[in-house]
Design a protein around this ligand. Structure first.
Ligand SMILES: *[C@@H]1O[C@H](CO)[C@@H](O)[C@H](O)[C@H]1NC(C)=O
Ligand SMILES: *[C@@H]1O[C@H](CO)[C@@H](O)[C@H](O)[C@H]1NC(C)=O
Ligand SMILES: *[C@@H]1O[C@H](CO)[C@@H](O)[C@H](O)[C@H]1NC(C)=O
Ligand SMILES: *[C@@H]1O[C@H](CO)[C@@H](O)[C@H](O)[C@H]1NC(C)=O
Ligand SMILES: *[C@@H]1O[C@H](CO)[C@@H](O)[C@H](O)[C@H]1NC(C)=O
Ligand SMILES: *[C@@H]1O[C@H](CO)[C@@H](O)[C@H](O)[C@H]1NC(C)=O
Length: 401
């Protein structure tokens, strides 16, 4: 059984960190590092640049490995804006998602209007800041450590100097990715700050559980989210401090349903912002006792490939993005070879980004009641387990197709 108690988390983290002394260090930032589960159920590749996951292979209903993660075959594209900046597979931080007007105070206050010290982070999307500023954690160089020639885990570390992108305090981040038996992908992030600073981290993974073999839409991707409330956002996707019920609208994934077939219904309310159709939203999990959760808070599967994953996490919320803006007609992104590329491109509404994280822009919305300021006495610990399996496509109710 998968548990997420703090105790077990600490043991896992210490065991992994304790064994790195004998390993090699490197900073060749685009070097591909492969890890594999000892039972052959899954394998994954990474680059140190951004501590980025670049491919993720699991078995489909026929036992064939497929790469279910989007990315660039030409790894130099991770470092440039030549094909835009999709944030394919990295760690995002120091503060994931958006910061309203790139401003906040410590302690937290409503829209940075409080008496605390005020900080300014560069605006990168309209008047707001996305994923930590101009050069976020997705575009930093991490050192890495692996234990063997055929490792099942890799550890990345990065020091974010005080003042970078306007944030106070130095933050040391360690990311541990591990592949266990039965295609179980465990991801742990530990961030330690030298002084009080906002921290919100996540992995920014684009999934297509069919590896683009059967379709290039999400109609046969089914999603379930253990959440009754989502964060209300304005046309620039900035929260105002309110939550709204999913009841009776396209945001309701409490019972599994097709993600692709749910997209057209979002058009009326523009859930994903101005001129947008699809999802780019933050759901708050109903089970708030995050450290003791034993059930998955999110599941997704394809009835074509049979590939499914269940996500267990200690995070409070989940951002889902249905690739609404991935396709730029004048500069499309070529698919990886493992997805039928490079002559085919990644198209709109053909993938989903799943980011377990805290409640977005909590630093500007005290109404959410979350303290996102970390410091010397309060390290940030992020934990997620992605348990892959296959669903028996023949046994699925035909109304699900
Ligand atoms: C919005 O951001 C700008 C640029 O950093 C800053 O000058 C301004 O004071 C901020 N406005 C508020 C209300 O915080
Ligand atoms: C950004 O801020 C400026 C100055 O306050 C304002 O005129 C403009 O409408 C804002 N843009 C958006 C997209 O909110
Ligand atoms: C970060 O790591 C550096 C190098 O090991 C160390 O000197 C520093 O104290 C660490 N900072 C924090 C906040 O842990
Ligand atoms: C805070 O910012 C949000 C998002 O821009 C806005 O909707 C809200 O009215 C602001 N609230 C206050 C009290 O300024
Ligand atoms: C699409 O790509 C073109 C060419 O690189 C670029 O100028 C434009 O800003 C892009 N559009 C969007 C919406 O990103
Ligand atoms: C299949 O779905 C239909 C419609 O949602 C439902 O009425 C029926 O009970 C389901 N059958 C099974 C075996 O789950």
């Amino acid at each position: 059984m998968v548990t997420l108690s703090n105790f077990k988390f600490l043991i896992v983290a210490l065991a992994t960190l304790g064994s790195v002394a004998a390993a090699s260090d490197s900073s060749e930032d685009l070097k591909t590092i492969e890890i594999a589960a000892a039972d052959g159920s899954a394998k994954a590749t990474f680059i140190p640049f951004g501590a980025t996951l670049t491919s993720f292979w699991v078995k489909d209903k026929n036992g064939e490995l497929r790469d279910v993660l989007l990315g660039f075959d030409d790894t130099s594209l991770y470092k440039s804006d030549n094909k835009g900046h999709p944030y394919f597979g990295p760690i995002v931080g120091r503060y994931a998602n958006r910061i309203r007007n790139g401003t906040f105070t410590i302690p937290q206050s409503k829209n940075a209007s409080g008496p605390g010290k005020k900080y300014y982070v560069p605006h990168t999307e309209g008047n707001n800041t996305l994923h930590g500023g101009k050069v976020g954690y997705d575009r930093r160089d991490y050192s890495y450590r692996v234990l063997h020639n055929s490792p099942s885990s890799v550890t990345f570390s990065m020091i974010d100097p005080a003042g970078t992108e306007g944030f106070p305090g130095q933050v040391n981040t360690t990311v541990i990715y591990a592949l266990h038996a039965k295609a179980t992908f465990a991801m742990t992030i530990i961030a330690k700050a030298s002084e009080d600073t906002p921290i919100m981290l996540s992995g920014h993974h684009y999934w297509n559980l069919e590896a683009y073999k059967e379709s290039e839409d999400l109609n046969n991707h089914h999603v379930q989210i253990q959440s009754s409330n989502y964060v209300v956002t304005n046309p620039q996707l900035i929260p105002n401090g309110q939550l709204a019920s999913v009841e009776g609208n396209p945001m309701d994934f409490r019972t599994a349903k097709s993600l692709g077939r749910s997209i057209p219904g979002t058009a009326l309310a523009a859930y994903c912002g101005a001129d947008c159709v699809g999802f780019d939203n933050c759901w708050v999990f109903d089970d708030v006792s995050s450290s003791e959760r034993t059930k998955p808070v999110f599941s997704a599967w394809s009835t074509n490939s049979g590939i499914k994953f269940d996500l267990y996490t200690n995070q409070r919320a989940l951002q889902i993005y249905s690739c609404n803006g991935i396709y730029n007609a004048t500069n499309p992104i070529p698919r990886k070879k493992s997805h039928g590329g490079p002559d085919k491109n990644y198209v709109k509404h053909s993938c989903l980004v799943v980011e377990a994280e805290d409640i977005i822009d909590g630093i500007n919305n005290p109404e959410f009641g979350v303290n996102q300021i970390y410091g010397p006495d309060r390290p940030d610990r992020w934990h997620g387990i992605y348990k892959f399996s296959t669903v028996d496509v023949m046994k699925i109710n035909s109304s699900d197709f």
